[in-house]
Design a protein around this ligand. Structure first.
Ligand code: PHE
Length: 346
């Protein structure tokens, strides 16, 4: 029996294979249940006790070697195998690991794509702005509380008492971009301005001093509140689903009149009432209204000929609802374990 084992050891040592078929016959011959090694283990029962130790060790060695050789030959076959596959141009390619988009970007792109479908263009402007574009041209009275240091990060302020158009600040909303568009383009204007905005608020799970907005502006002859409502209804149903209802509540903004806040029927409970909508059935999503004639005039647009509507929404809150993120701060920490979870077509 020892000779037999030694002969097989030598055979396995010298063996080489050129194809998967040869490898498989090697496996069948040596390693399968009906293979030579199994047979030898069967014969081992008849070995006299005095030889058991020596033959047993040899037999185990044979088994181990055969298994190792099999794995080695299998690996050896792999590269040549790959080569033949590389030549097969009909094979799908190996997908790249492309990373994922930030949830705020996904949400922003989704909002943009909805408005692009109904003819809105995208406009951008500076984050560091002046008082004139953020407040004055938008009909904020000089003493309006929103200009107060509480809300606005000033970079340079000429006087602490009264604001001057030359004050430099971080924009508190992207309405400033719309002022720039109105100054530089003739109606009809149909544009949305996505971007980052800054307000001096304490950072918590539900508030941050940096957040993102998409604001919209439509100016033409005979634009009415009905156009505003219809546009927002289209947006709400594209964004939150076909069954979504909207509700407009009277509100106030210095740059619009009449002004409203828009609620959508709760995306979680469908309007029945739940924790997320605080049992009201409604979620507040944006502010809107008809552009104030004083704003049009300040931007050199004839307010007797043209009317328009505007709206503005935050991106963080809908993204929290959509992805069930319960802490706003996660959006700004850039932890890859958080970011890796977001995959999207947008
Ligand atoms: N600019 C407002 C805000 O930041 C939103 C808004 C835009 C409201 C346009 C009405 C019209 O809250």
């Amino acid at each position: 029996m020892l000779d037999k084992i030694n002969a097989l050891l030598a055979e396995i040592n010298d063996l080489s294979v050129n194809s998967h078929e040869e490898l498989e016959s090697f496996r069948l011959k040596f390693l399968s249940k009906k293979g030579l090694i199994s047979d030898l283990f069967e014969d081992f029962k008849n070995v006299p006790p005095s030889d058991k130790k020596e033959i047993g060790q040899k037999l185990n060695l044979l088994k181990q070697l055969a298994a190792e050789k099999y794995n080695f030959l299998k690996l050896q076959l792999q590269p040549s195998d790959d080569k033949s596959l590389v030549n097969d141009l009909t094979r799908p390619s190996v997908p790249y690991n492309t990373g994922s988009r930030h949830p705020i970007s996904i949400m922003r792109n989704e909002i943009i794509s909805i408005f692009e479908r109904i003819g809105f263009t995208v406009s951008e402007g500076p984050e560091i702005e002046d008082d004139d574009h953020v407040f004055t041209k938008l009909n904020f009275a000089p003493e309006h509380p929103a200009r107060d240091m509480q809300d606005t990060f000033y970079i340079s302020r000429l006087s602490a008492e009264d604001s001057s158009p030359d004050d430099i600040l971080l924009r508190t909303h992207t309405s400033s971009v719309q002022v720039r568009v109105m100054q530089n383009q003739k109606p009809p204007i149909r544009t949305i301005s996505p971007g980052r905005v800054f307000r001096n608020e304490a950072i918590s799970a539900r508030a941050h001093c940096i957040f993102h907005q998409v604001e919209g502006l439509y100016i033409d002859e005979n634009v009415s509140f009905a156009d505003l409502k219809q546009t927002l209804m289209f947006f709400a149903r594209e964004m939150y689903g076909k069954k979504t209802e909207i509700r407009l509540r009277p509100s106030y903004f210095p740059f619009t009149g009449p002004s409203a806040e828009m609620d959508v029927s709760c995306t979680i409970c469908g309007g029945k009432g739940c924790n997320v909508c605080k049992h009201t059935g409604w979620l507040e999503v944006l502010g809107c209204g008809m552009v104030h004639p004083a704003v049009l005039e300040a931007c050199n647009i004839d307010s007797r000929k043209y009317t328009g509507f505007a709206f503005g929404m935050g991106i963080e809150r809908p993204a929290m609802l959509k992805y069930q993120v319960n802490d706003l701060r996660l959006y700004f920490e850039n932890d890859v374990r958080f970011l890796d979870q977001f995959r999207s077509a947008f």
